[in-house]
Design a protein around this ligand. Structure first.
Ligand code: GLN
Length: 207
């Protein structure tokens, strides 16, 4: 399975390493030609405003929108989740939100005291809690009806899925636990944000 990781800015290297450890052929996506090779895509954490500008500058926006509309499975983590959202609070007015997932997010929503923290999260479909690393994390402030909440922290969704689109407000690539990536690799391709009834197989490995 060929998994592209958007590599314009941010924490892409750790995703590539984790995906390779699962046996996937992971590679950096820097332009539309790279994206065309991908069976699925990870949009990593980083700075959503910077990533947004670079997506526009590299001309990747139209390609991303096209592949998402055709059902390319995508996992957005932290800044990646912000880029997939329908609406963004506390963002730059012109920052990109692809609307691939029917969620609204508020950037940097945990306050200065809690800029970075780690917590064990219960995740639907996983037998043991997942040790989640949050770094200047956004808060998901609204989820649409098609969106399934797989984990929540303090009452806010922190891992969500709709059809072939998944998003986490934490960094699943940083705790040496591959289970979220395995879950993502098992999601069936489908229409973007349409609530695919088949869903992922919990704890299944990539094929
Ligand atoms: N605060 C960042 C943003 O708004 C996201 C932080 C992260 O990805 N770790 O883009």
């Amino acid at each position: 399975m060929k998994v592209g990781v958007l590599a314009l800015q941010g924490a892409f290297a750790a995703h590539i390493e984790m995906l390779e450890s699962l046996g996937a052929a992971a590679f950096e996506v820097r332009g539309a030609e790279d994206l065309a090779e991908a069976d699925r895509l990870v949009i990593p954490g980083g700075e959503s405003t910077t990533m947004s500008m670079m997506i526009e500058r590299t001309g990747l926006r139209a390609a991303l929108e096209g592949h998402l509309a055709r059902g390319l499975p995508v996992l957005g983590t932290c800044a990646g989740a912000i880029l997939l959202a329908r609406a963004v609070q506390h963002g730059r007015g012109d920052q990109l939100h692809l609307g691939a997932l029917d969620i609204d997010v508020a950037r940097n929503a945990f306050g200065r005291q809690r800029e970075s923290f780690e917590v064990d999260l219960e995740v639907a479909g996983l037998h043991e809690p997942f040790h989640a690393v949050f770094i200047r994390a956004p808060r998901i402030t609204r989820v649409g009806e098609s969106v399934e909440v797989l984990a929540a922290l303090d009452g806010s969704p922190s891992l969500v899925r709709s059809g072939s689109v998944m998003a986490s407000t934490f960094h699943p690539e940083l705790s040496g636990d591959t289970r979220i990536h395995e879950l993502f690799c098992s999601v069936a391709p489908g229409a973007s944000g349409q609530g695919d009834p088949t869903g992922p197989t919990p704890e299944a490995g990539p094929t």
